[in-house]
Structures are given as structure tokens and as C-alpha cells.
Write a protein that binds this ligand. Structure first.
Ligand code: SF4
Length: 304
């Protein structure tokens, strides 16, 4: 995959001449940057196992992001410029190293802006014995074309569906098209990936896991997302897993965006009740104690 001269890797389609060193809306230019590659124990149990005793996912946190949400828990790397250059060859070695450390899968966090490096690195690592399922961990703001391009590479889509309301998507992520874009991408993920498949130990090998994060003051929007998710499942006929999250912690510019508190039990219960009513019962909910800062690991360049 060539470095784009007019980038359209993500729905921003900002047209940056990445090959000439121009940086795009996402902040990515002509050198891949990443912030951490290590075993990560905080993904859902079907990916990482038990947080205390499980094997963990082999998680690579890439720098920059096309969505740039104002409340991002990974804001130092998504928008703060933290990252270290990594070559394609080194990335392939990192992938293989995570497999050797016992990871249950390779978990690529926000990789789309770096696909011209990531895809050849996956090819090279596979040629040298990488056999782990590849988990594509995304904010859900993907083009259908990019999802299709990833079909030979991605086994598990771990995708957010952040908003149903275009005005909310515009206010928090400057992306009024997010609801429509996310829905189209998710439809493609479901069609090309199919129903969840597990190994003998219950680890997910294939499928789509959708994360819906309940935001303070916006439980009704989470319910609207769940309604659209249930409709999509009906239309495609493809089962999916839901991870209904209450771990929101006010990071970055959250307070100035009106998100300066955690989610109440009442708000979260409203979303859980909707998921049950809609038959979205396969997956995960979170305890109140999940609203902690440990979900964000140190971006200290470990494993790079
Ligand atoms: S990935 Fe980055 S550079 Fe490419 S279109 Fe999206 S925002 Fe622009």
C-alpha cells in the first residue's frame, strides 16, 4: 500500500499529501508513530481474559487519530503528539514479540491513519509465523472502503458506536457525519466478518464487538445508538457482541464540553434496560467501580 498523495484513508478525506510529508487532520504524516506495545489486560474478557490473571491482548497504541474527541481518554497520543517513530520492519518484529509474550490476539488501537505501514508489517509478520487473531480497535469512524480493504487482515472488529445524534457528534468530535458513517462501516464489518467464533478457552477468534460508552447527560443518545444497533443486527442477520460501558472518566477537555462528571447509576441503568429490551444481551456490562483511570496505560514507549 503506497503512502497516499491525497489521503482518503478515513472519512475526513482531508487529502493530505502524506508522501510529501504533509500532515493530515488526524496529525499523521510520513513517519509512523506509536506510544506503546505491550500485554494489555483491560480489553473485554473474551479478548484479554481475567484482568488479574488472564493472558492479555498484545496491544499496540498508535499515535494520532482522525476523530479527535474532546474527551478522549488516550488524548496524549491521539492529540497530544506523544509518539515514537517505528519502521514497518520493526512493527513486524513488535507483532511477533507480542505473540511470543503470550498475547491471545494482536490488538491494533487506532491504526487507520497508518495502514500503509501496518498492512505490510502484518504481511511480513505472518510470513514469519504470526498466527494470532487480529483485533482492529477503532472509534468506528471508518470508510466502507477501508473496512473492505481490511477484510483479509482483520479477524475481530472492536468498534465504538459513539453517537446517534449528528449534533452531538459535531459538538464532541467535530464529525456530524459520524452516525451515518459508523452505521455504514459497521454494516460492512458484520457482513464481511460474520457471527462470533470462540476458541476452546472462550477467546474470541472472529466477530464484531461493539462498544457503546454511556456519556454523562447523554443516556438518551446511548439508547438511540442501541436502537440502531438492534435494527442493524436484524437487517444483516449477523449476531454481534455488545460492550455497554460506564467507565467514562472526565479526561482532556471533557469539563468544558459539559462532560465534567461520571455517569450516574440511573443513566447507566437506562441504557442497560434498553439493551435488554432490544435483545442485545450477548456481551458485557460494567460495574460502577469501572470508572477508573487505569484503563489508560502509561504511554511510555514500552515495547517499541
Ligand atoms: S487518515 Fe488522516 S491524513 Fe488521511 S484522510 Fe484521514 S485525517 Fe486525513
Amino acid at each position: 500500500m503506497e503512502l497516499p498523495t491525497a489521503c482518503t484513508l478515513c472519512p475526513r478525506a482531508c487529502g493530505a499529501d502524506r508522501a510529501a510529508g504533509q500532515t493530515g487532520y488526524c496529525g499523521a504524516g510520513d513517519t509512523l508513530l506509536a506510544a506503546r506495545a505491550a500485554l494489555h489486560h483491560w480489553e473485554e474478557p473474551c479478548l484479554a481474559g481475567d484482568p488479574e490473571t488472564g493472558p492479555g491482548s498484545g496491544t499496540v497504541f498508535f499515535s494520532h487519530c482522525a476523530l479527535r474527541c474532546g474527551y478522549c481518554q488516550n488524548w496524549p497520543i491521539s492529540q497530544g503528539g506523544v509518539g515514537r517513530p517505528v519502521s514497518t520492519e520493526r512493527l513486524a518484529e513488535i507483532f511477533l514479540g507480542l505473540q511470543e509474550k503470550g498475547a491471545k490476539n494482536l490488538d491494533l488501537v487506532t491504526a487507520t491513519q497508518w495502514l500503509p505501514w501496518v498492512l505490510p508489517a502484518l504481511d511480513a509478520a505472518r510470513a514469519r509465523g504470526l498466527a494470532l487473531p487480529v483485533v482492529y480497535n477503532t472509534g468506528g469512524y471508518e470508510t466502507v472502503g477501508t473496512v473492505q480493504r481490511l477484510a483479509p487482515y482483520v479477524d475481530v472488529w472492536l468498534t465504538d458506536w459513539k453517537y446517534a445524534d449528528p449534533a452531538l457528534a459535531e459538538r464532541l468530535s467535530a464529525a456530524a457525519d459520524y452516525p451515518a458513517v459508523c452505521e455504514a462501516a459497521l454494516r460492512q464489518m458484520l457482513i464481511q466478518t460474520g457471527a462470533p467464533v470462540y476458541d476452546a478457552d472462550g477467546f474470541l477468534q472472529k466477530g464484531v464487538l461493539v462498544r457503546v460508552l454511556v456519556l454523562p447527560g447523554h443516556a438518551d443518545d446511548a439508547v438511540a445508538v442501541l436502537e440502531r444497533l438492534a435494527a442493524l443486527r436484524r437487517q444483516t442477520g449477523v449476531p454481534l457482541l455488545l460492550s455497554l460501558m460506564r467507565q467514562f472518566t472526565p479526561f482532556y477537555r471533557a469539563a468544558e464540553l459539559g462532560l465534567g462528571r461520571r455517569v450516574t447509576s440511573y443513566e447507566y441503568r437506562k441504557a442497560v434496560d434498553a439493551a435488554v429490551r432490544l435483545g442485545l444481551c450477548d456481551g458485557y456490562t460494567q460495574e460502577k467501580s469501572s470508572a477508573r483511570e487505569e484503563y489508560t496505560p502509561p504511554f511510555d514507549f514500552e515495547g517499541l
